[in-house]
Design a protein around this ligand. Structure first.
Ligand code: NAD
Ligand code: IPM
Ligand code: MN
Length: 352
C-alpha cells in the first residue's frame, strides 16, 4: 500500500509524551487500512537550543519541505524565553510553508460534559478558523528610550488584503459544508485601523455567499457567548491573536485543552501542512506521564484526513469516542487516574 512520509517533531514537555501515544494510534489505524506512515523524527526543541544555540538547524525548513505532513508536539519550556523558542521553530514553519489557516475544530465528545456551558455530548460543535500568518503576530516594532525616562515599546499589526480575504473566504467555504453560519470576531470599536479593514472585507466576501449566514461579532461579547450560548456558533473566523485566545476558550467549553486538535493548513498543497494539539508543552505536568493524549491523537486524525485517508481518520475518531464514552481509562484532567500511555493503548485497542 501507500506509504506517507511524515516528519515528527515531538518538541518539549508533554509534547513528547502525547506524540508517542498518537503515533501508536496512527500506526495502528494505518495497518488496518492498508497504508503505512514512514516517520522521520527531529529532535528540535528547547533542549536542542540549550545545547546548540538554535531550535532547529539552519536548513530546517528545507529539510521539512519534502514531507507529506508534519506532526508537531509542542514547543516551549522554562529556561528558554518563549519568544526565542516559538519564533525559532513553530512560527517560522507556519510562515515558510504558507500555512495561513489554523483550523481548530472543537466538539463536546461522548462521556464529557461542558464545564462551562453545562451542555451534554454532541450538543456543541464549532470550528475556529484562525488567521495564521500575519495580524498581531508581527516582528515590526521595538523598544525605545531604553534606560531613559518615557521608555516605551511599539508592536505593529499587519493586515494585508490578500491575507484577510483568503482566510475569510476559507471560512465561508467551510461553512457551506457545515451549518452555513460564519461569525467573524473583531474589535473595531477599539482597534480603529486594522479591525474596520477586516470588517469591510468580511462584508464584501459575505455578499458572495448569500446562502451563508454571516455575523460580525465583537470579540469580547463573543467570548461571553461562547460560554453561555455556544450551541448557536459554528464557524468562527478570527485574526491570529483573537483566534488564539478563542481557541483555548472553545477548548475549555468543550472538555478542556487535552481534547482540542489543530491543523496548520497550506490550502494550496504547495508545501506540507502541520498538525498539533491546541495546547502547549504544559511544564506543570511534564515528565509525570499524566497528560491527556486525546488532542494529539485527534490532530493525527486531521493529518490522516489531509492525506486523504478519511476512513482511517474516522476510525481514529470513533476509537477515541468509544474510550471516552466508556469512561474507564481517564487521565486526571478527565477525572481519572490513568496515564498518558494507558489512554493511548486503550484507543489503539478500540480501533476497528
Ligand atoms: P499549556 O497549554 O501548555 O498549559 C495550560 C494548562 O493546561 C496547564 O495547566 C496544563 O497542565 C494544562 N494542559 C495542557 N495540555 C494538557 C493535556 N494534554 N493534558 C492535561 N492537561 C493539559 O499552556 P501554557 O502553560 O501557557 O504554555 C506552556 C508552554 O507551551 C509555553 O512555553 C508556551 O509558549 C508553549 N505553547 C506552545 C504551543 C505550541 O507549540 N503549539 C501552544 C501553546 C503554548
Ligand atoms: C498556539 C500557541 C502559539 C500561538 C504560541 C505558543 C506562539 O499558543 O499554537 O495556539 O499563539 O500561535
Ligand atoms: Mn494558543
Amino acid at each position: 500500500g501507500t506509504s506517507y512520509r511524515i516528519a515528527s517533531i515531538p518538541g518539549d514537555g508533554i509534547g513528547v509524551d502525547v506524540t508517542v501515544e498518537a503515533r501508536k494510534v496512527l500506526d495502528g489505524a494505518a495497518a488496518s487500512h492498508g497504508f503505512s506512515l514512514s516517520w522521520t523524527e527531529f529532535d528540535w526543541s528547547c533542549e536542542r537550543y540549550t545545547k546548540t544555540g538554535s531550535m532547529m538547524p539552519e536548513d530546517g525548513i528545507e529539510r521539512l519541505s519534502p514531507f507529506d505532513g508534519i506532526f508537531l508536539g509542542a514547543v516551549g519550556f522554562p529556561g528558554v524565553p518563549d519568544h526565542v523558542s516559538l519564533w525559532g521553530l513553530l512560527i517560522p514553519v507556519r510562515r515558510a510553508f504558507g500555512q495561513y489557516v489554523n483550523l481548530r475544530p472543537v466538539r463536546l465528545l461522548p462521556g464529557t460534559t461542558s464545564a462551562l456551558a453545562g451542555r451534554g455530548a454532541d450538543e456543541l460543535e464549532m470550528v475556529i478558523v484562525r488567521e495564521n500568518s500575519e495580524g498581531e503576530y508581527s516582528e515590526i516594532g521595538g523598544r525605545h528610550n531604553r534606560g531613559q525616562g518615557n521608555e516605551f515599546v511599539l508592536q505593529e499589526s499587519v493586515f494585508t488584503r490578500v491575507g484577510v480575504e483568503r482566510i475569510i473566504r476559507y471560512a465561508f467555504e467551510l461553512a457551506k459544508t457545515r451549518t452555513g453560519r460564519v461569525c467573524s470576531a473583531t474589535k473595531s470599536n477599539g482597534l480603529i485601523h486594522s479591525m474596520p479593514f477586516w470588517d469591510e472585507i468580511f462584508a464584501e466576501i459575505s455578499s458572495e455567499y448569500p446562502d451563508v449566514h454571516a455575523e460580525q461579532c465583537h470579540v469580547d461579547a463573543l467570548a461571553a457567548r461562547m460560554v453561555q450560548a455556544p450551541d448557536r456558533l459554528d464557524v468562527v473566523v478570527a485574526s491570529n491573536l483573537f483566534g488564539d485566545i478563542l481557541s483555548d476558550l472553545a477548548a475549555a467549553v468543550t472538555g478542556g485543552l487535552g481534547m482540542a486538535p489543530s491543523g496548520n493548513i497550506n490550502p494550496t498543497g504547495e508545501f506540507p501542512s502541520m498538525f498539533e494539539a491546541v495546547h502547549g508543552s504544559a511544564p506543570d505536568i511534564a515528565g509525570q506521564g499524566i497528560a491527556n493524549p486525546v488532542a494529539q491523537i485527534l490532530a493525527g486524525a486531521m493529518l490522516l484526513d489531509h492525506l486523504g485517508e478519511t476512513v482511517a481518520a474516522q476510525d481514529v475518531r470513533a476509537a477515541v469516542e468509544k474510550v471516552l464514552e466508556e469512561g474507564i481509562v481517564q487521565t486526571p484532567d478527565l477525572g481519572g487516574k490513568s496515564t498518558t500511555a494507558e489512554l493511548g493503548s486503550a484507543v489503539v485497542a478500540a480501533l476497528s
